[in-house]
Design a protein around this ligand. Structure first.
Ligand SMILES: [Zn+2]
Length: 97
């Protein structure tokens, strides 16, 4: 498979482009996968999330939806965090008494 030019129009590939600028066609199926992954990564990144929140009709709701998704993704870390906070408060109370 020739990945250095467009399979449709033969446009020469430049650098790390995934798609042909002439006909909007991926240079290869591999490039399609890479482009999807890059788009997914950009969406999951912090700035990508902020952009999505900013673009939402209801930014506050979008923020909480994002927050909830984050909690679901890392429930273990949050449990540990809460346990540490709880222990800290408990120790403070013990030291005062
Ligand atoms: Zn093309």
């Amino acid at each position: 498979m020739n990945m250095t030019q467009c399979p449709q129009c033969g446009h020469k590939r430049r650098g790390e482009e995934y798609k042909c600028p002439e006909c909007d066609c991926f240079y290869s199926p591999l490039d399609e996968i890479l482009a999807q992954e890059a788009a997914e990564k950009a969406k999951r990144s912090f700035s990508g999330r902020l952009k999505a929140i900013k673009a939402a009709k209801n930014p506050i709701k979008a923020f909480f939806d994002e927050y909830r998704r984050e909690n679901k993704a890392a429930p273990f870390n949050i449990t540990i965090f809460l346990a540490i906070v709880f222990m800290f408060v408990f120790m403070m109370v013990i030291s005062v008494m």
